[in-house]
Design a protein around this ligand. Sequence first.
Ligand code: XLS
Ligand code: MG
Length: 402
Amino acid sequence: MIQERKLSMPFWCVGNPVGDPFGPGVLTGVSSIEVAELLAAAGRKGLINYSAAHDDDLVPWDPAKPEDDLDESSEVYKTLVQIKKILTSGNIKFNMIGCALHPDPVFRNGGIANPDPRVRLLAAQKVMRALRIGSFLGADFFTYWVARDGFETQFSVPWDKTYRYLQEALNLVPRYCKANNLTIKHATIEYKPNEPRGEMFLPTVGHSVALISTLENPDFWGVNPEVLQHDAMTNLSPVAAVAFAMYMKKLFFLHVGSQKPGQFDNDNPPTIGMDGLKEMVSIIYFINKYNWNGYIEFDNHMLRTDTIPGDADRLAVRDKYIEMTVDAYRTVERKANQLLGENTIDAMQQSVWKDDSELETLLSEGNIEKIAESKIDYTQVVSEPIEIGALDLTVNKKLLGF
Ligand code: XLS
Ligand code: MG
């Protein structure tokens, strides 16, 4: 039985006023309470099950009050109580908290990897507050998206220390969660090659998984690739990134949107845009085929064109955005699952992969004498066609509905 994925719609996607570097937001803003209400309504309609947020998406940050979330008479605390109540009313589980280390100008040269220890301290305090906020809402995950931890100029970075700064700050996360009995049991690194910085310190899945293996508590940490955007931005393959993370048992969840390869971070809704439809179908196809049972979190925004500027429709357009994004994902999922049941595709895959259980065992046992002694008929192997073109044509026909 192929499962239907659980879906998460984050606060920042719904709240996004859709600005870009050439113009301000075209949508009138919404409060975090209004976003919570939109999410709860979507939960009641059965569209989504989870949500996520950065601290700043929920409540404002005042560096002079690093523990305002603990003060029951503060506005921050009262807002969090209200958000929790609204989400619960729509059966939305709050699943992931991130710490916004990108908007405030004090973090303009980075958050947890900032060379200035005063800024790293502020970042650590803000991360702790975000962890408490996440736990108050019942989150299972914390996500470190690389934000402004990166560079534009080569001589401005203390290269002998930068990765230690990252290790030190990431090590604080499980330590803090455990010491305070928080609900957060796991965390992810969300790598990205560039944007907002010219280059990032953790640009790929490989960098992230390697760094995780050096942390105090590697089992606590995984990754959440953002497909198609964060890999495709530099023409790396999102498909291979997800497969690698899954094989390394580090695929904790996925961020999903759409991307034209080689461009700025498009953050288009899944399937919307110029490219990527087939890649998205293939990702859902193989995570289902190989029984990965995590959840999918959207990370995208509506197209600027599709907004209705002004006050009157600011909630209605966001409501429609949630519905359309879920519809786009479910459409891909249906197609992926249809391909999964296809005998023709299975048979063609088998013929490309050439399964031979005896040889499989021999190679995986890794006995060097047996491997050295084995005989393969080279002339036979070299003369066999490898019919990948035919397999792909079959897939394309199925995708196009023939
Ligand atoms: C930006 C990231 C960001 C994270 C949340 O590119 O996708 O939105 O997912 O911190
Ligand atoms: Mg993301």
